[in-house]
Ligand binder design. Structure first.
Ligand SMILES: Nc1nc2c(ncn2[C@@H]2O[C@H](COP(=O)(O)OP(=O)(O)OP(=O)(O)O)[C@@H](O)[C@H]2O)c(=O)[nH]1
Length: 563
């Protein structure tokens, strides 16, 4: 059973003794007031509560007070029953109850119109948040209290679990965002249980009661500092929106300043600082939303997740801060929606974090690919093709699989550059690479060795097979003119071939032999393939191989002179 009642409040500024109020002598000094419009309370406020119907339930009636903040309440039941005093922050709070829902027994019952009195006193600074009162049965009040504890405990547990997971990930990957996330959710978890007062029932946290409201503000401001840093990194504000990043830095400094002032300020001034903190939270919310939108418009999906998460949570934070600043009473939805929204946004943030990791991994893959390839042609770069040659040489050593190296050099490339320009030269290099790749098998490796020189590593190809492939490559390059910069450019190349014989040549020896063969091909008129002698028959000194030992494979017509 819940009973409607008329709420009256004693006019401010009256000094009244307990005896005179309870005797009813000052009843004329009370004015009716609506709960929803109750604003800032005085340091010592008397209320007169007049039930509009008799109490009929078997369960005894109680007065329930929620959202109490720093007030100490004393309830004087009608008919002179024993008064009860409770404060959510009292050190000796009775066991088996939650500080979030204060329950005051009202004796065995009451009749309609029989008043009871409630006195609210502040121990610290006055508050803007006013208590919510209701008269109900003890059973219903217990049910409300259990719901309160369940909600706040599950929000705390969920936030702490997310924070713990992020911390574990951070221990492995050492990515700053994870530790910021863990810190943010840890602070939010503690803040949520502090505002619902259930933190004091947790092992080790009971002692915080001694510091009054300070720990609540401390964790709120720490969470704000973490949130602003997290937002800056997550939305990549430093790169995409330097002005927003600057605003984040300024807000971060202001939060740190607020924290320091708060720790050093006397208790009474904390309400003012809390109001300043609320204004700062609203400003940072707007900045965070602006950064999220900017990141999102830059195509970052992580920023979109982040924006969504923040809108959910900050929507409630904003509403709560607005209610407090305007002295409005927060509804049940705002009170309990707030911790729940923190959990929801924690999950969305985790998704955003995962997406951010995906973006970073893609960027890493891209960087790795760029580290392995030549930027102009997309072929393997020099370091990489030499590594492939090493790997092929190991295969040769281990299983005797032959390895051949083709040294490909474009003919008269300087003349192409001089006649058609550097851009046309680049286009020829790209087209030559494309033709090489198109002619080779997937298992063959081709890389850009230097300016207009390419190295092909053929694993499993002996001297004869390599010579045939080299001839195919030569023919492919010369097959059709290259269209570049509005000109048709005839392209030819010379190729030197060196293969492993029965003895194990080093990679450098193979390249040196292929280079020597290439030199011979150039000297013999270009646009041709020349083979280095069988390594088992000749000393691996290229100078000695010059001339007589080089096998001329074919003598196609001399290259067409580039236009
Ligand atoms: N366009 C362009 N030219 C390049 C690049 N790298 C090197 N070169 C040019 O390639 C030319 C190579 O010239 P040379 O070494 O004299 O060789 P060549 O003119 O091809 O003569 P032969 O090899 O004897 O047939 C030089 O003019 C370099 O400037 C590049 O990335 N792009």
């Amino acid at each position: 059973q819940t009973v409607e009642f008329r709420l009256e409040r004693m006019r401010p500024g009256l000094e009244a003794s307990e005896k005179s109020v309870l005797s009813g002598a000052l009843d004329g000094q009370f004015d009716a007031v609506a709960q929803a419009t109750l604003n800032t309370l005085d340091r010592d406020t008397w209320f007169r509560i007049i039930p509009s119907s008799d109490w009929r339930s078997d369960s005894p009636p109680v007065l329930v007070v929620q959202q109490t903040r720093f007030q100490r309440f004393t309830v004087f039941p009608s008919g002179g029953g024993r008064p009860t005093t409770l404060s959510a922050l009292q050190a000796d709070f009775p066991g088996g109850q939650t500080r979030g829902v204060l329950i005051f027994p009202l004796g065995d019952g009451f009749r309609a119109g029989q008043p009871l009195y409630l006195r609210a006193r502040f121990e610290g600074s006055p508050t803007l948040l006013v208590p919510r009162l209701s008269i109900t049965s003890y059973d219903d009040a217990r049910a409300t209290a259990i719901m309160h504890v369940r909600l706040s405990a599950s929000c705390f547990a969920a936030l702490m679990a997310l924070a713990l997971c992020a911390m574990c990930v951070w221990l492995i990957v050492r990515e700053r965002l994870f530790i910021l996330y863990a810190f943010l959710l840890g602070c939010q978890g503690l803040y949520v249980t502090l505002i619902t007062y259930d933190a004091y029932a947790l092992p080790g946290l009971g002692a915080l009661v001694r510091y009054g409201v300070r720990p609540t503000f401390l964790f709120a401001v720490l969470a704000c500092i973490a949130a602003v840093s997290f937002a800056r990194i997550m939305t990549n504000a430093d790169q995409i929106a330097p002005r927003i990043a600057w605003l984040f830095r300024a807000q971060q400094s202001l939060f740190v300043l607020l924290l320091l002032v708060m720790l050093a300020t006397p208790y009474r001034a904390i309400a003012t600082l809390s109001a300043i903190g609320n204004v700062l939270i609203m400003a940072s919310t707007m900045t965070i939303v602006a950064a999220g939108v900017a990141g999102w418009r830059h195509g970052s999906r992580a920023s979109a997740f982040f924006l969504l998460a923040w809108l959910v949570m900050q929507g409630f934070t904003f509403a709560r801060a607005l209610c407090e600043t305007a002295g409005l009473q927060s509804s049940n939805l705002i009170v309990y929606g707030f911790p729940l929204s923190m959990v929801g946004s924690g999950i969305l943030l985790a998704l955003g974090l995962a997406d951010r990791m995906r973006e970073m991994r893609a960027a890493l893959r891209d960087a790795q690919a760029r580290a392995h390839t030549d930027a102009l042609t997309g072929l393997l770069n020099r370091r990489c093709i030499l590594e492939r040659l090493d790997a092929a040489r190991t295969q040769f050593r281990d299983n005797g699989e032959p390895v051949s190296v083709l040294f490909v050099d474009l003919d008269h490339f300087k003349a192409i550059n001089d006649h058609h320009g550097h851009l046309a030269g680049d286009a020829c290099l790209r087209e030559a690479s494309r033709r090489l790749l198109a002619t080779l098998r997937h298992s063959d490796a081709v890389g850009r060795y230097g300016g207009e020189e390419f190295l092909v590593v053929l694993q499993g190809a002996d001297r004869t097979a390599a010579a045939a492939i080299a001839e195919q490559l030569r023919a492919a390059l010369a097959s059709a003119p290259v269209q570049a910069e509005g000109a048709q450019i005839d392209l030819t190349c010379s190729i030197g071939v060196a293969s492993t014989g029965s003895d194990a040549l080093s990679g450098e020896d193979l390249i040196a032999r292929a280079d020597a063969a290439l030199y011979a091909a150039k000297r013999d008129g270009r646009n041709r393939v020349a083979l280095a002698p069988d390594s088992s028959l000749v000393a691996p000194d290229p100078a000695q191989n010059e001339g007589a030992h080089i096998d001329r494979l074919s003598h196609p017509p001399l290259c067409r002179t580039p236009r």
